[in-house]
Design a binder for this molecule. Structure first.
Ligand SMILES: C[S@@+](CC[C@H](N)C(=O)[O-])C[C@H]1O[C@@H](n2cnc3c(N)ncnc32)[C@H](O)[C@@H]1O
Length: 250
């Protein structure tokens, strides 16, 4: 995502300034509830936090506005209102998704050599399991412009942003572990090392022979990949082909 390359701490300063602007502007509307103003201003910070390239940066972007508000004592709010920033953070970064992966985007050119190693027929169905903000889908689109691209994302705000950024893909909210992978010719993951054995077992159980499981950065432990892409600068892409006869269209 180009915005993540803006030098630090500019994303934080911009997010805090926007959150304060929203808060002050809403406070000026006669009768506007201060708790709603807090909620909307925190929403600005929380959404902007996805621009932080690491956990502590995301936390700083999201927490800057509510912390500065609390320190300045610039609003009289009920005690429970201070739980709102936390609730927003949990919406964007739901706890169950933390077990699989925090939000890190696929670099846009990371998959440019993928189609040569894992060719797919036009119209093949490709899933980004845990599609985040859509960067993986964008990289997949570069690799497979004629594929039917789908994203599945646990966090509903991320799912909405992903659908906005990738209008050409079908993006749904859901749990990638509960979803059926059997209709896909390729499932792409950028998750965590700990998730890879489970993902490989699910792919083996559900995906047709000859289809592909592709993982950015993390290999399936103890399984020989069918191929690897090693871009000069960047993360390794691991390719696993489901054993058996090749599926039509794979
Ligand atoms: C590292 S990000 C990768 C985002 C995207 N695939 C990309 O490469 O740019 C991992 C994403 O997986 C999502 N996620 C984690 N566990 C999930 C689950 N069980 N079901 C659906 N999405 C999940 C997280 O919310 C996060 O957005």
């Amino acid at each position: 995502m180009a915005l993540t390359r803006i030098s630090w701490p500019l994303p934080a300063l911009a997010a805090w300034a926007c959150a304060w602007l929203v808060f002050v502007a809403l406070q000026r509307i006669p009768g506007f509830p201060p708790v709603a103003a807090l909620l909307l201003a925190c929403l600005v910070g929380t959404v902007a936090s996805v621009l932080g390239g690491s956990w502590w940066r995301r936390g700083l972007i999201a927490a800057g506005f509510p912390l500065s508000l609390a320190l300045l004592g610039a609003a009289s709010l009920p005690t429970w209102a201070w739980l709102l920033p936390l609730a927003l953070l949990l919406l964007v970064y739901p706890l169950n998704a933390w077990r699989d992966a925090p939000l890190f985007p696929t670099p846009h050119r990371a998959l440019h050599a993928l189609a040569a190693q894992a060719p797919l027929a036009p119209g093949a169905r490709v899933l980004d399991a845990g599609s985040g903000l859509g960067d993986g889908l964008m990289a997949l689109r570069h690799a497979y412009p004629a594929a039917q691209l789908e994203g599945l994302e646990w966090s509903w705000p991320l799912r909405l942003l992903c659908a906005l950024r990738c209008p050409w893909a079908r993006v749904r909210r859901g749990d990638m572990w509960a979803a059926d992978w059997s209709g896909y010719q390729l499932v792409y993951l950028f998750q965590r090392p700990e998730s890879m054995a489970r993902a490989a077992a699910k792919a083996q159980a559900e995906m047709a022979p000859g289809t592909w499981l592709v993982s950015l950065e993390f290999a399936v432990p103890g399984v020989l990949p069918c191929a690897q892409l090693r871009p000069a600068s960047g993360r390794v892409v691991w390719l696993y082909r489901m054993p058996g006869a090749a599926a039509p269209g794979a």
